[in-house]
Design a protein around this ligand. Structure first.
Ligand code: ABN
Length: 176
């Protein structure tokens, strides 16, 4: 009696395994799996994913990208961006030193709509960086107004007269 029960159990187990194996390898099983994948592929894009991050990134305007010429602070910058040369928006790359004299521009930050007074300091003491050459001239004035003239190597006033790149430092802001 016990032997018969054991035999039936073993038979059922074996049958289940064989069915499983057949399902994994049969054409019908393969078709069923492909069908599931196709349904999944069609339904997945319809699910309510949060796409706002990707969209925000894609829409990140160049005006907010410090390595782009169109970065809002660069409205009167003529030179190589230090952000592309190993420095940052406000600091010179290692081995270069900010010029003592600078020129200034007034740029509008599209994020808050306010106007900022920006000091453009040339970084001196290294060969020209050669990357991200930008030339914006909003409110630039001819050379007789030196402080707002950007087409000059401001390193000339320093011991190290070699021009490398330019940083843009906020030195003032208009009232809100
Ligand atoms: N102020 C940037 C720059 C440097 C050298 C020549 C022209 C402009």
């Amino acid at each position: 009696m016990i032997l018969q029960i054991l035999q039936t159990w073993i038979d059922r187990m074996a049958e289940r395994r064989v069915r499983q194996a057949a399902q994994m390898t049969s054409r019908r099983g393969a078709l069923a799996r492909i069908g599931k994948l196709m349904v999944g592929g069609a339904v997945l894009p319809m699910l309510p994913f949060d796409r706002s991050v990707g969209e925000a990134e894609a829409a990140l305007p160049k005006a907010q990208d410090p390595t782009a010429c169109e970065y809002w602070r660069n409205c009167a910058l003529d030179g190589f961006l230090c952000t592309c040369c190993g420095g940052s928006v406000t600091s010179c790359p290692p081995g270069a030193e900010a010029s003592k004299v600078t020129w200034v521009g007034t740029c509008r930050n599209p994020k808050d709509g306010r106007n900022y007074l920006v000091s453009y300091n040339d970084c001196c003491g290294k060969v020209a960086c050669g990357r991200c050459l930008c030339n914006f001239n909003e409110r630039e004035r001819p050379a007789y107004r030196m402080g707002v003239h950007n087409d000059i190597n401001w390193c000339m006033a320093d011991k190290q007269t070699m021009y490398h790149c330019t940083v843009s430092v906020i030195v003032g802001v208009t009232e809100a």
